[in-house]
Ligand binder design. Structure first.
Ligand SMILES: O=C(O)CCC(=O)C(=O)O
Length: 258
């Protein structure tokens, strides 16, 4: 085989293989887009479908001592629904992603990355039980008719892994991030991007669903605390391996990104 035909065969093979080697979107670039923020905020205020869960925020939200921004806005824009999954549903999601995840290696190398000790994928097709769980997530997190990313992001964080503070890129994700937590409790910390003393800790229990929108999503960085710092108030929250299964809506393409 000539060199040229060998190279063209490789190119053809790569094209065939392409759909199976999707790059996970770079969700974690720190960017700000206040035009998009204000626009989606209008949507957020007129649609308060998770209102019923707001009464119990003290169970999962602790404001830092110096927090002086609106607590109501944070309570509105960051919701956690405990026991969204039952044990059987958690197992079902885990069993579907585990064989694929096991083939990947945890990435520990890049200390400057937003995340350390992880492996991840995006998944389009789910078995019937899991597809209906994910539909339940979408129904509770997004107003009817919201254009959503069909790929679901699956992020496997090793016991020693951490997600460092970042804001998801507005280029790849709209105003809402809805995440299921499997296998381990954890603490998510939100810190205002410009005013670092505005700190909120969120308890993400195993099998819970969080819905982060608008102010919480655009103005605050989020991070998952490593095991050594995993505390909710005075309570130590041991962090094991954690898998999150995350649905997002489409970025708002009608507004210019800065
Ligand atoms: O694991 C989570 O729930 C958060 C994931 C996250 O921060 C990200 O993918 O950007």
């Amino acid at each position: 085989m000539s060199n040229v035909s060998c190279i063209s065969n490789i190119v053809r093979l790569n094209r065939l293989a392409e759909p199976y080697f999707l790059n996970v979107r770079q969700y974690r670039l720190v960017t700000s887009n206040y035009a998009a923020f204000w626009k989606s905020r209008k949507v957020g205020t007129s649609y308060c479908h998770v209102q019923n869960f707001e009464g119990c925020w003290e169970k999962y939200m602790i404001f830092g001592e110096s927090y002086s921004a609106s607590k109501n806005v944070m309570v509105r824009d960051m919701t956690v629904i405990e026991d969204f999954l039952n044990e059987d549903e958690e197992r079902s999601l885990h069993e579907e992603v585990e064989p694929y995840m096991r083939r990947l290696r945890y990435e520990f190398d890049h200390w400057d990355d937003a995340i350390h000790g992880y492996r991840e994928t995006e998944r389009l097709h789910w078995n019937t039980q899991n597809a209906s769980i994910l539909q339940r997530v979408r129904d509770v997190a997004f107003p009817p008719g919201t254009p959503q990313l069909s790929l679901v992001h699956v992020l496997d964080l090793a016991k020693e892994g951490v997600i460092k503070p970042h804001i998801d890129s507005v280029r790849f994700c709209g105003n809402t991030i809805a995440g299921l937590s499997l296998l381990s409790d954890s603490v998510m910390r939100l810190i205002h991007e410009k005013n670092r003393e505005q700190v909120v800790d969120i308890l993400l229990k195993r099998r819970s669903l969080y819905i982060m929108r608008n102010t919480a999503r655009y103005e605050f960085t989020h991070e998952i605390l490593g095991n050594a710092h995993s505390k909710f108030g005075d309570q130590i929250i041991p962090r094991g391996r954690r898998i999150s299964v995350i649905c997002r809506n489409e970025p708002d393409t009608t507004t210019e990104t800065k």
